[in-house]
Write a protein that binds this ligand. Structure first.
Ligand SMILES: Nc1nc2c(c(=O)[nH]1)N[C@H]1C(S)=C(S)[C@@H](COP(=O)(O)OP(=O)(O)OC[C@H]3O[C@@H](n4cnc5c(N)ncnc54)[C@H](O)[C@@H]3O)O[C@H]1N2
Ligand code: MOO
Length: 404
């Protein structure tokens, strides 16, 4: 059995960002850009009025002037501004040549015969005018490679004319849930049966990481069926299998992986929960191998392995992180905590805004109900570590990458 740190290193060695693809801008939300994006226009593309008002010439101190035209956003001015005349302009409209400033409409009053009275006759040059190209220039990089497309980035890309962008695609994750005892959420379990918690849980965990889950048909503990479904799951970037990882008579997954051509990298890690974790790769010609995680069937064990190993994998595949790493945080214990002599432990816990962390009243690997309030996993080193109330501890927040 290998240590937690060794297991992390083994996974990290196999993980690399997916090759980029071209997609339409509207399909790029949440994805990471593979290339710098340059603008094909100046921003603003013309000298622009920042107010509804009147474009005036420099150094003109007369209080009454002639309005020669009225320019709405989308119009193009015909007459240059000179002393004695003004042009009415709307916010966003191009100002005429010769414009020194725009006097807001509130500082003026219109008189008969297109005459204008100005309360503010000689504003400083540049007042309420945004010069062409002052925000960004044609040919300038406006969004750099590695940026994740959020709504404001999407807006900048649209302004720059990036109708098609090069992005790291969303990783695809096939999920295979195994076990003779399992029935669906909408079924009543017969004696000996339980409901499948892991399928819905893992699919949601994958979605929360902004990857695309694909649930394979649930499988009985049958070697041929498992092997066939593993082979099908290798179409995805990552295959997650739940259950059958341990040493029971029906724990057939290690054999099914071998039959389907998946090479084992490691099996069993010194963590609690999560000891039976299996990790392997399915080699492909001239491409990165597919990554395969065999998660323990116990729900909390599988979920802990997801957060400790699968989530950082998805972050790298999607290009959101250049290195395989866990987003550890620190918190202060509200109560004493000790660990047994053995494996490194991860306890569901509640981290408050104050930074205080309280372990859930949780009864082990099958106890999903006991961790419903949890928002983090608290790291408890093995070898009989003992913490007092007020001690600082390492925590791994639960939750995916959406919105980060
Ligand atoms: N002799 C040994 N027995 C066990 C060991 C060991 O080292 N030696 N390891 C234990 C540990 S640790 C774990 S964790 C479990 C995990 O075993 P498996 O991956 O083989 O999981 P299963 O046996 O298939 O299931 C375990 C448990 O979880 C329930 N389960 C399974 N799938 C689901 C699901 N989709 N939704 C809800 N619950 C599920 C299943 O009914 C079992 O109760 O092995 C220990 N044994
Ligand atoms: O390690 Mo298992 O995951 O304790 O229950």
């Amino acid at each position: 059995m290998i240590s937690f740190e060794q297991a992390l290193e083994h996974v990290a060695e196999q993980v690399a960002t997916l090759a980029t693809q071209r997609v339409r801008l509207r399909d790029s939300m949440g994805l990471v850009l593979g290339d710098d994006v340059t603008s094909d226009v100046d921003s603003p593309p013309y000298n622009k009025s920042l107010m509804d008002g009147y474009a005036v010439a420099a150094g003109d101190t007369s209080a009454e002037r002639k309005i020669v035209e009225r320019i709405m956003a989308g119009d193009v001015p015909r007459y240059a501004i000179r002393p004695g005349i003004v042009t009415q302009v709307m916010t966003g409209a191009p100002v005429p040549d010769g414009t020194a400033a725009v006097v807001p409409v509130e500082r003026t009053s219109e008189l008969p015969d297109d005459q204008l009275h100005l309360d503010w006759v000689d504003p400083a040059v540049g007042t309420n005018v945004q010069p062409q190209g002052s925000l960004s220039r044609k040919g300038q990089t406006v969004v750099t490679a590695g940026t994740r497309v959020a709504p404001h980035v999407m807006g900048a890309l649209a302004e720059a004319g990036a109708a098609v962008v090069q992005v790291v695609p969303r990783p695809t994750v096939a999920i295979l849930v195994t076990g003779n005892e399992l029935v669906s959420v909408d079924e009543r379990p017969d004696p000996g049966q339980i409901r499948d918690a892991n399928g819905p849980m893992l699919r949601t965990a994958v979605s929360e990481c902004d990857a695309t889950p694909y649930l394979l048909p649930r499988s009985m503990d049958d070697l041929d069926e498992l092997t066939r479904l593993v082979a099908a799951g290798l179409e995805a970037d990552v295959l997650l299998v739940s259950g059958g990882m341990s040493v029971g008579v029906k724990d057939l997954m290690p054999q099914a992986f071998a039959e389907a051509g998946v090479e084992r990298v490691f099996h069993r890690v010194s963590i609690k929960p999560g000891r039976p974790l299996w990790f392997g790769i399915a080699p492909r010609q001239s491409e990165r191998p597919r990554l395969v995680f065999g998660l323990p069937g116990n729900p909390v064990s599988g979920l802990a392995c997801f957060h400790l190993f699968v989530r950082p994998t998805l972050e790298v595949l999607a290009g959101r992180s250049s290195r395989f790493e866990l987003p550890w945080q620190r918190g202060r214990l509200t109560q004493p905590l000790s660990s047994g002599p053995g494996r490194e432990g991860f306890r569901p816990a509640v981290l408050a805004c104050s930074g205080e962390v309280t372990p859930c009243n949780w009864q082990g690997s099958a106890d999903l109900a006991g961790m419903v309030a949890a928002n983090c996993l608290l790291r408890v080193p093995g070898a009989g570590a003992a913490f007092s109330a007020g001690d600082w501890v390492d925590l791994l927040p639960l939750g995916g990458s959406r919105g980060q």
